[in-house]
Each structure stands twice: as C-alpha cells, then as structure tokens.
Write a protein that binds this ligand. Structure first.
Ligand code: PLP
Length: 282
C-alpha cells in the first residue's frame, strides 16, 4: 500500500511522522474519511467542506486547498488501485518541541492512506447490526472531527466485547450518536427521526445527504433527540457513516428492535444512498 505524507507518496511501512508531531502528542489534529466506490470518491466535497470547518475551529490553516487535497486523494486511489473502500486523511498542527500553546512558524502535517472495504456487499448491512449503549464521556465540541478518539476507542471496544458492532453513546437520557456513526429511528407512523446537529454530535456527511434524498422522496423527517426506550419501541433503527453508508440496527443491548430484522425503510434508504453514491462519485 502507498501512503501520502507531506508531499511524498511512500510505501505505507516507510511513511513516518515525527514523535514531536502534535497529532501524536496532543491529538492536536483533524481527520476525515471519504468512501471510494468503483475507484471514485463519494460525496467528497461535503467531507472537504467539513474538514475546512474543523481545522478553522481549532485555528489551524488548511494544509492545501480543497482542490489540491482532492487531487492527492485521487492520486492515492490510483496508486493503490483502490476500487472500494475509504481514503483516510489527517491534518495536524505539525511537529514542534512539546509545549501546549501553538508553536510559531510550524507547517501543518497532511497524511493520507487508503483502506479496502466492501461497503456495498456487506454482510452487516444484510443482517443488521447489534449495538451496545454506554455513557457518552466525550468533550463538549463533538462537532469538530478531532483525532482525540479515546472515548470512542473505549466505547467501541466495550461494544465488541459484548458481541456488538457499534456503541451508542448516551447523555442526559438521550442517544447522542454512535461511536463512529449517526443514529436514526423510524417511528410507528413512518417518521425518520435523527438528532439535530449541535456541538453534541458530529454533523454527518452521510446524514446530510440521506436527509436530502429522503426529503426529495417525501419521506417524513423529524430532527430531535430520542432515548434508548424510544429506540427500543421504534419500528426500525439504523446508523449512517461514510465508511458503511447505512446499516440497520436489529438489537440494542441484546433486546430486539421490532422483529429483530432490518426494517423496510432502512433497506430502501440504503438502496437510495447506494444509488446516489454510484451516480455522483467522481
Ligand atoms: N459521528 C461520529 C462520532 C463519527 O465518527 C462519524 C464518522 O466517522 C459519524 C458520526 C458519521 O459521519 P459521516 O457520515 O460524515 O461519516
């Protein structure tokens, strides 16, 4: 595999950043993950716009223009002959002697690599996934896609140990989001419910695209927070993320959602999103 590090394309095992990189020392950095389908980037503009916003929120300059970043992403896809999977990219404040406040005159680091993954032909999407709920112990600016992911690492590890594929994080009796996904339910009267964007969650790119696609099809949407009890009483539940598109949720803490099978609206919305991804990827 080939990775990109600050201007160079290198074999992954030779790709290195300094031990003084602030991403390593302070998690002082931002990341993005874009899906690749048929060798093309899915909804990438949305991810680069969010990247620009995230770096701005931590007072970091974009390391390259959005156009240049996309060129590098595309070159990396080509060099890896990647057909389906993801491109991971990370921007950090760069390497400087360790001190909390921003160093002067340091160039941000830009690192990218690819991962192969079957997103469309996914057994998890066919069968649905199990989720485990946990307290949301993260910081107060979850709208920033920061590389400080220790809370999610611990939550997702606890989920895996419980035989689950995703963690749902709970705050004040309501679900904020998944460890690496946005959470949705479908009510008894077929309303798709998802939490509104705020500092409490990451504004999902897949969430945004899916809500627009649903709206075009006159599917009813409500943006509000909901509890685990409401999710358990719902007709359907599902999650979205760039690296999985949409996955139905069939159990929560071992209890079935409806009949414990992927719901019809989740299945339909997944098909709609796959079609959008295929037709708009570039
Ligand atoms: N919420 C969190 C905490 C995430 O880490 C992610 C993606 O990794 C998402 C939501 C989904 O965002 P997107 O659809 O842009 O991948």
């Amino acid at each position: 595999r080939i990775a990109y590090v600050n201007g160079d394309f290198l074999p992954l095992e030779e790709a290195r950043v300094s031990v003084l990189d602030r991403g390593f020392l302070f998690a002082d950095g931002i990341y993005e993950v874009s899906a690749v389908l048929e060798g093309k980037l899915v909804d990438n503009e949305s991810h680069l716009i969010r990247l620009e916003r995230s770096v701005g929120e931590i007072q970091l300059a974009m390391p390259e223009t959005r156009e240049r970043i996309e060129e590098i992403q595309k070159e990396l896809i080509a060099r890896n002959s990647l057909v389906e999977g993801v491109v991971y990219l990370q921007v950090t404040r760069g390497a400087a002697d360790r001190d909390f406040a921003f160093p002067k005159g340091v160039k941000p680091s830009l690192v990218m690599f690819t991962q192969e993954k079957n997103i469309v032909a996914s057994p998890a999407a066919q069968k649905g996934i199990a989720v485990k709920t946990l307290p949301d112990i993260r910081w107060a600016r979850r709208d920033i896609k920061s590389v400080a992911l220790l809370a999610q690492v611990l939550a997702k590890q606890a989920a895996v140990e419980a035989g689950c594929q995703e963690a749902w994080m709970i705050e004040d009796g309501e679900i904020t989001e998944g460890g690496s996904s946005t959470v949705f339910i479908v009510t008894k009267d077929d309303v798709v419910v998802t939490r509104p964007n705020s500092n409490a969650i990451l504004p999902g790119c897949t969430r945004k695209a899916l809500l627009a696609l649903a709206e075009e099809r006159q599917i009813r949407i409500e943006e509000r927070a909901f509890s685990v009890d409401e999710a358990l009483a719902a007709k359907e539940a599902f999650i979205t993320s760039a690296s999985s598109f949409l996955q139905p949720v069939v159990t929560i803490d071992g209890k079935q959602v409806a009949d414990g099978k992927p719901g019809p609206l989740a299945t339909r919305l997944r098909e709609i999103y796959i079609d959008f991804a295929r037709t708009t990827a570039r």
